[in-house]
Design a protein around this ligand. Structure first.
Ligand code: 13P
Length: 265
């Protein structure tokens, strides 16, 4: 599997449970056009709801945009009503899947261990993984941010061999910043990213840690993207609300492209 070039930014649009087939078609068509001049300098994915994956996949084919899913089962197959396997995602053209999003951790009571199982099956099936970690406001206030992130990342990567790590990106998403309009400051985000990179170094080695892309997520928009990307520790963004508007997402993509070109090799 190819190793990430951590200088190159990655922008993901996590649509969550939003949109219709028609609205998603319009959004995706606009995104394909906006991404075209940027494809040489930025990586990007759209994480569409399950029912639209194949359709969105047919629109983005050949554009360089990656097709992402928002969730995957930890099981390979069988009597698991309502779940979708990694094999099925691969079968319909999905290339990357979000695992460990705080909304799933909370609403679906996903444990650290379950998230680790999902990461393992996704990777062994051939999917790339966007692994989300992040603390609550209360945890931040009580000085536990780094410990919480370390616990989450250690559990999620338990048993994952170094050779598979090139297919993993981390999204640091402080829960208090998600959907609140209150982004982490670029400096605070960079501190958490550096701590996560140190965790990866401790779990693996310094060169892998340096090569692993760590994205920020939580109220990223067209107004704050440039300042977030001014921090070299931030190698992209996982965008919720602002990814539903093509103009906003395109603006974030452009900020990422500019940040990439201004970073040293
Ligand atoms: P918002 O950008 O809407 O805060 O959502 C962030 C997120 O959860 C991305 O996965």
């Amino acid at each position: 599997m190819t190793q990430h070039n951590s200088k190159r930014m990655f922008i993901g649009g996590n649509w969550k449970m939003n949109g219709t087939r028609e609205a998603s078609t319009v959004l995706t068509t606009e995104l394909v056009a906006a991404f075209e001049p940027l494809a040489a300098s930025v990586d990007a994915a759209v994480f569409a709801p399950f029912p639209y994956l194949q359709h969105i996949g047919s629109i983005i084919r050949g554009s360089g945009l990656l097709l992402g899913a928002q969730q995957v089962s930890a099981e390979a197959n069988g009597a698991f009503t309502g779940q979708v396997s990694a094999e099925m995602l691969l079968d319909v053209g999905v290339q990357i899947v979000i695992i460990g999003h705080s909304e799933c951790r909370k609403l679906l009571a996903e444990s650290d261990e379950l998230i680790g199982e999902k990461v393992a099956i996704a990777l062994s099936t051939g999917l790339s993984v966007m692994l989300c970690v992040g603390e609550t406001w209360q945890e931040r206030q009580s000085g536990q941010t780094e410990a919480v992130c370390r616990r989450q990342i250690s559990a999620a990567l338990k048993g994952i061999h170094l050779d598979h790590m090139g297919a993993i990106q981390i999204a640091y998403e402080p829960i208090w910043a998600i959907g609140t309009g209150r982004s982490a400051s670029p400096e605070d985000a960079a501190i958490s990213h550096a701590a996560l990179r140190k965790d990866i170094e401790d779990l693996y080695d310094p060169s892998l840690a340096a090569a692993t892309r760590i994205l920020y997520g939580g109220s990223v928009n067209s107004a704050n993207a440039t300042s977030l990307f001014s921090q070299p520790e931030i190698q992209g963004a996982l965008v919720g609300g602002a990814s539903l508007k093509a103009a906003d997402f395109a603006s974030i993509l452009r900020s990422a492209s500019q940040a990439t070109s201004s970073r040293p090799n």
